[in-house]
Design a protein around this ligand. Sequence first.
Ligand code: GLN
Length: 453
Amino acid sequence: FSSVELTQSYLERIKAEDPAYNSFITVTEEQALVQARAADEVRAAGKATAFTGLPVAHKDIFCTRGVRTSCASRILDNFIAPYDATLIAKFNEAGAVMLGKTNMDEFAMGSSNESSFYGPARNPWDTDRVPGGSSGGSAAAVAARLAPAATGTDTGGSIRQPAALCGITGIKPTYGRVSRYGMVAFASSLDQAGPMTRTAEDAAMMLNVMAGFDPLDSTCLDREVPDYSLTLNDSLEGLKIGLPKEYFSADLNPAVAEQVQSAVREFEQLGASVREISLPNTALAVPAYYIIAPAEASSNLSRFDGVRYGYRCEDPKDLEDLYKRSRGEGFGDEVKRRIMVGTYALSAGYYDAYYRKAQQVRRLIQQDFVRALSEVDVIMGPTTPQPAFRLGEKTSDPVQMYMEDIYTLALNLAGLPGMSIPCGQTGGLPVGLQIIGDYFNEAKLLNVAHRFQ
Ligand code: GLN
């Protein structure tokens, strides 16, 4: 079948089914068909490569020339970027077809997709439940088969957590593996883009397109990109798996623990050896993250001032009024909370007590991982403490929402790659297994995941 047929079938599915999931903010039907037609010509000319004509959905955090990039915020509701993010440009060059832009938490702040200006996305396994966040739209779209693959971003778990809650595969690459140019910044030292797909095999294909050096992002590292598809079938004989005892604590739902343990036993059958390890500073990850991420966000979000782009309030009296009302009306509650926390943590007199301290803790957390990964090849554990929760269940208590990230945040602080793959179900809801590897060893994670799948 042709790319046009394939694209049309996905567009029809989106039209028929997405009203139940709200996984897309924008569907780019016309542009998609133009891209699909061009891809079919490339195929007819015998010049197709692996991705030519394949449909993908992109999180609405990546700038797309000529198509709205909202970051699920009122403040960017009318924003049309004049350029493509590097990641978008790479998919275009690879001949991919963009189906549209997916729903997310506002500015990627959240774990449930409920902070979106466009309303929450819903979990296709049970539409009364959240798909996770912040890349909840991408996860729901892939899980509901409205897109074969999608992109996400992960600052503290936003690829892995929704992947776990929607029963799909997601990988957060090493910090610096994928360009952040044109990806709206939340916490620049933590943000990283990655694939969200059904399988590790698909994720490898996606990462082949996404990874690599970009002179436009000074934190993107100039390291060779392996072909991630080539090592998927490598043997796991002798693989050393570490299970951090801190990840199997009282916070963990027993049914989730059981699924994770049984997945680990399957790896033993594939030739791996398992041992308990310790990441002693695990409990400090949430407090450190919720200083560092808001601090960076408060700085990054100062550019939304009602002057340069985005939402502007009606009839401002003066410049001060313009700033205050544009930001006051444009940002949602969670974003405002982060700006306030971050501004406070960075202010003179508090900087040493909060921000500097959090950075010191960050180093300790990183050292925990480096020590552990000198003894084992990969670390495994749950992605989330429990399966998908109900809409509204955690919205009144931000700290409860933040606790959703206890197993995912730490590796962003360390800059390490991590992955979530489906490993079972409980009560009709999917459970995610998290796999953490060493810097730039995404190929190993994908290999481990593929052999399991
Ligand atoms: N849930 C975390 C937060 O709200 C992580 C979000 C993310 O990874 N973008 O900050």
